[in-house]
Design a protein around this ligand. Structure first.
Ligand code: FES
Length: 128
């Protein structure tokens, strides 16, 4: 079984790197590792669990850049597959690196920012 190292970074706390297997989401792997992340619906509709992709490990350039269209060489869509459509995020939010961790399965080693600061950057869900 393939797995990927995902580093969870918080502005106010220690970073943790967890191993996420192919068949689990970041939220499930965090729970298995004893790392607490916020969540509510676990269905990709409420945005409570949102994180933001900071870097794809091994990519030439990180994706920490823009909220306003600066060039990216690493596409966040390459880093994750979703169990179901992340309908609570707009296309722009997805392009800016926001990820719903309750339904996202990583396909690369990567770094994610998690926590309330990330949640405050994203608009409210139209479905919650
Ligand atoms: S917990 Fe609701 S969108 Fe992830």
């Amino acid at each position: 079984m393939t797995s990927h190292d995902v580093t969870l970074e918080r502005t106010d706390g220690p970073n943790r790197t967890i191993e996420v297997t192919d068949d689990e989401t970041v939220l499930e792997a965090a729970g298995r590792a004893g790392v607490r992340l916020p969540y509510d619906c676990r269905k990709g509709t409420c945005i409570t669990c949102v994180g933001r992709l900071i870097e794809i490990e091994g990519a030439d350039t990180d994706v920490d850049a823009d909220a306003d269209g600066a060039a990216r060489t690493a596409d966040p869509a390459d880093a994750f597959t979703y169990r179901r459509s992340p309908a609570a995020l707009t296309d722009r939010e997805r392009a800016d690196g926001y990820v719903l961790l309750c339904i996202a399965q990583p396909r690369v080693d990567c770094r994610l920012e998690v926590g309330p600061r990330v949640r405050s950057e994203v608009g409210d869900s139209p479905w919650a």
